[in-house]
Design a protein around this ligand. Structure first.
Ligand SMILES: N[C@@H](CCC(=O)N[C@@H](CS)C(=O)NCC(=O)O)C(=O)O
Length: 206
């Protein structure tokens, strides 16, 4: 009926969190990106980019790109995104900040702080500074409102949480961002978030 392809990665976990928040039934196919399983022909047939997450629902084309999957699920089930009006526009604006800055910048910082065989200081400093800047924006925002898009928990929070959980990849400390830390602890206490962070069961990124 519905099959989720993912691994223990932040882009994947944002989708499994939403699946859990919505209480949907889904089967899981683990795709171990460290073992390069994303390049298997059956995965490339679903997503020509060879990336996870992927969601396959009966009677619909395979869906890839975590942002597209989040929007599809929220719109289909009418939750976690205001339906119309200025609140929807604001929610989308913050979702875009998370999709285009928090995720990609933290991923790049992880490369230059940990993964790359050589770590040129200029690359490390540049990517860490990009993350520090968006952390500053989130800190300011969350000092003024309980959730990233405003008064309601929604897609921007779900998309951001698994990346903020990896703040160490970008040499960030939550102690330096008290409002972000308050938000992180409250989101992380949600049972659906805890469950979504454990999908696929037993998957590890190292
Ligand atoms: N913009 C994509 C990025 C997806 C992405 O980069 N996924 C990573 C895991 S978090 C992946 O599949 N990496 C393996 C690779 O790039 O080969 C999305 O949001 O879904």
């Amino acid at each position: 009926m519905r099959r989720f392809y993912g691994w223990a990665t932040p882009n994947s976990q944002r989708v499994s969190i939403l699946l859990e928040e919505l209480g949907l039934d889904y089967a899981v196919t683990p795709v171990n990106i460290r073992a390069r399983a994303q390049f298997a022909p059956e995965i490339l047939a679903l997503n020509p980019y060879g990336k996870i997450p992927i969601l396959v629902e009966e009677g619909a084309p395979p869906l890839f790109e975590s942002g597209a999957i989040l929007l599809h699920l929220a719109e289909t089930h009418g939750r976690f995104l205001p339906a119309a009006g200025p609140q929807r526009a604001t929610a989308l604006a913050w979702l875009m900040v998370v999709l285009t800055s928090v995720g990609p910048f933290t991923g790049q910082a992880h490369h230059w702080t940990e993964l790359a065989p050589e770590k040129p200081e200029v690359a490390r400093l540049h990517t860490v500074a990009l993350v520090a800047r968006v952390y500053g924006v989130l800190e300011q925002r969350l000092a003024a409102s309980p959730f990233i898009a405003g008064e309601e928990y929604g897609l921007a929070d779900i998309a951001a949480f698994p990346w903020i959980a990896r703040h160490g990849w970008a040499e960030q400390r939550l102690e330096d961002h008290p409002a972000l830390a308050r938000w992180f602890n409250s989101i992380g206490a949600r049972p659906a978030v805890r469950r979504g962070m454990q999908v696929p069961a037993g998957a590890r990124l190292d």
